[in-house]
Design a protein around this ligand. Structure first.
Ligand SMILES: [Zn+2]
Ligand SMILES: [Zn+2]
Length: 662
């Protein structure tokens, strides 16, 4: 009897596979049941190993208990992308697999990979296709559909230029040649328009896949996609590696969006992973945005990506004017300047809509005792509690713990509390008082939590005439509000003066995206940016509305200053119940790297949120001259950490190409 040996990845935070034997031939990527210590676990066959690691152990080598499916989980291109991701991000292989396996298939249960019948009823619904393409759109479609094989393209389309129609036309081509399409979007409930346009354009089920669905629903969609019963998937970052039979195209909409980055657990970029997948599958990938990331622009500059532009809006209008309003000498009411109130007044008198953007939810971000200065803070995080009037609670935005509102100060017993700062609820209240009779509609995490809430809000906005929308960055993503002719940005200053190296990229994207929501049907639309830094050099460049010019200046600046995307950066993050464990571990890591050429280490430093959910957080910045070199260093560190007693007392992880530097 032949005996085969297999390296199996188990879903534990371990950076290695384990060898098991079986007398059956098993395909790579197949789920198997194995015993591990005293437990039984679901594992994935990663590779054949001809000889067991050590012959001495052969006798003790465990047998695979059973093979769980008739089919492997993934095809070769996805399987290889997972191996690449585990290696590139230096993350335990079993956990990387788990990120892309539906929950129901990770556990020991009776769920299996069962074949779903393929459908052949996918077709283009020609009746619902009444769009004439603009010249720019037509050129873009032509240029983007020429390619076969791996080629990443940036589709730079100004807001309102009709990128979605270009996606639809390219998807049509795929469906007609019996290929499938994957569309990644930042957040599902922020893209009802894109979704409904795909549903209208095609006969056949459009699969939706994201982490807020039930496990059963996700498994169903996953299986249908795998076996060709669904040929179009619209999903969030968790669908980056969803199997799709005969995949022909990947589209990443709003590629600059930070939601594509997973920053807890397995820290990865769904954008970068999708590019790798497209490369492995030898298919085109399109990254669409009105405000492309510096990373993508660098790759365009180096001719690794092609660039396709749509510079005119579908409605032929010019983009709205950005106006800087100096608020240094203006009294503010709920963060809003008097001049701003006047402009809102005249806008709603014309029966048009106003969008007020403030990047903070709740009523007031600081709840303080007037007697002694005590500030309400979370018990398990190093964050101030935000007062939420709608719930009459103090809430930690880090861990979502809710506290009842203090009547007496816990420090001095005084009953004199003050609220400082402004959040969406407070802006809403001020506007409701100033504009009685005009609907004030709040769009934030709290008002859109319930299923269907976002759709109801969007419907209300569309069916109202004069109205004021108050929202966080949620309102800046994806939606079109044709009746909005005035946008107001209340607190851009934090972004302008932030020390983070990618702050300017983020704030310029935000300002352009917010301004893009407005004025789709009106040439007189404008955006008011309230600021205490009216002469800020960057603000004045962003004000021109020429994002690409500003971004290209940022890019050459970052190149000179040796900042990402030119210098590879990794954060070594660690957390533990005591500060000492963190510092001991990180100091040892820093010491290990000192005097290495080509490596620059900063830290240990407390993270921006230095305590969260009861654990202290610290980090070390590791810069290297080249990515391949950084990779080597991280590999070396991983091996070292496995040997150290200090690393057993902390949870550590690498955050490669981080977007959140704090
Ligand atoms: Zn007090
Ligand atoms: Zn907390």
């Amino acid at each position: 009897m032949n005996i085969f040996y297999y390296d199996v990845a188990v879903s534990l935070p371990l950076r290695q596979c384990f060898t098991y034997s079986s007398d059956i031939k098993i395909k790579k990527g197949t789920r198997v049941l194995v015993s591990f210590g005293k437990r039984k676990l679901v594992g994935v066959v990663v590779k054949n190993s001809k000889k067991p690691n050590s012959l001495k152990n052969t006798g003790a080598l465990k047998k695979i208990i059973s093979i769980l499916d008739d089919y492997p989980l993934f095809d070769k291109s996805i399987f290889d992308s997972i191996l690449w991701a585990s290696d590139y991000y230096h993350h335990p292989i079993g956990e990387v697999f788990n990120n892309f396996i539906p929950t129901d298939l990770r556990k020991i249960n009776n769920k299996k990979i069962e074949k779903v019948e393929e459908v052949d009823n996918y077709s283009v619904n020609e009746d619902n296709k009444q769009f004439e393409l603009t010249k720019d759109q037509e050129k873009a479609v032509k240029k983007l559909s020429k390619f076969e094989g791996f080629l990443p393209s940036l589709l730079y389309g100004v807001t309102g230029s009709g990128k979605t129609e270009v996606y639809l036309r390219l998807a049509e081509k795929c469906i007609k040649s019996n290929k499938s399409v994957l569309i990644l979007v930042p957040e599902i409930n922020l893209t009802p328009q894109l979704l409904s346009r795909f549903e209208n354009r095609f006969n056949g089920e459009i699969g939706i896949y994201h982490s807020k669905q039930t496990a059963a629903k996700r498994l169903k969609t996953w299986l249908k996609a795998k076996f060709g019963a669904i040929k179009i998937i619209v999903g969030t970052r968790s669908s980056a590696l969803i199997p799709l039979s005969n995949i022909g195209l990947i589209i990443i909409d709003e590629e600059h969006d930070q939601s594509f980055r997973q920053s807890e657990g397995f820290k990865f970029s769904a954008r970068d992973l999708s590019i790798k997948r497209a490369q492995m599958a030898e298919i085109p990938i399109i990254l669409g945005s009105a405000t492309p990331s510096l990373q993508t622009l660098r790759l365009v500059k180096e001719s690794k990506f092609q660039r396709v532009d749509i510079l005119s809006r579908v409605d032929g209008n010019k983009p709205p004017k950005l106006i800087v309003l100096d608020i240094n000498n203006s009294p503010l009411n709920g963060g809003i300047a008097l001049e701003t109130i006047d402009v809102i007044q005249s806008t709603i008198e014309r029966n048009e809509q106003v969008l007020v953007f403030i990047n903070r939810r709740g009523f007031a971000p600081l709840y303080q005792c007037g007697g002694c200065g005590w500030v309400a803070g979370c018990k398990s995080c190093d964050t101030n509690l935000v007062f939420h009037q709608s719930k009459n609670r103090l809430i930690c935005h880090r861990c979502e713990s809710a506290y009842s509102v203090n009547v007496n100060c816990p420090a001095c017993n005084a009953k004199d509390f003050h609220m400082h700062g402004v959040g969406t609820e407070r802006v809403e209240e001020v506007l409701k008082k100033s504009f009685a009779g005009t609907p004030v509609i709040r769009v934030d995490h709290d008002s859109t939590k319930k299923i269907g809430a976002m759709e109801a809000i969007v419907n209300k906005i569309h069916s109202s005439d004069a109205a004021i929308l108050v929202g966080t960055q949620m309102i800046a993503k994806g939606h079109d509000f044709p009746k909005v002719t005035l946008s107001i940005i209340l607190n851009a200053d934090n972004g302008l003066i932030s020390p983070e190296s990618n702050a300017l990229e983020k704030i310029s994207q935000l300002l352009i995206q917010v301004s893009g929501r407005a004025g789709r049907n009106n040439n007189l639309a404008k955006v008011i940016i309230q600021t205490r830094y009216p002469d800020d050099i960057n603000l004045n460049k962003i004000k021109t509305g020429d994002y690409m010019n500003f971004a290209s200046q940022c890019l050459s600046n970052n190149r000179k200053m040796n900042l990402p995307p030119y210098t590879p950066l990794c954060l070594l993050r660690c957390s533990s119940p005591t500060q000492k464990s963190n510092i001991d571990f990180l100091n040892k890591a820093v010491h290990t790297l000192t005097n290495r050429p080509g490596i620059n280490v900063i830290g240990p430093l407390p993270s921006l949120v230095s305590k969260a959910k009861g654990s202290y957080r610290h980090q070390v910045y590791i810069h290297a001259s080249k990515k391949t070199y950084l990779n080597k260093v991280l590999k070396f560190l991983t091996e070292e950490f496995e040997k150290w007693p200090e690393s057993k007392k902390v949870r550590w992880s690498f955050d490669l190409d981080p977007i959140d530097l704090g």
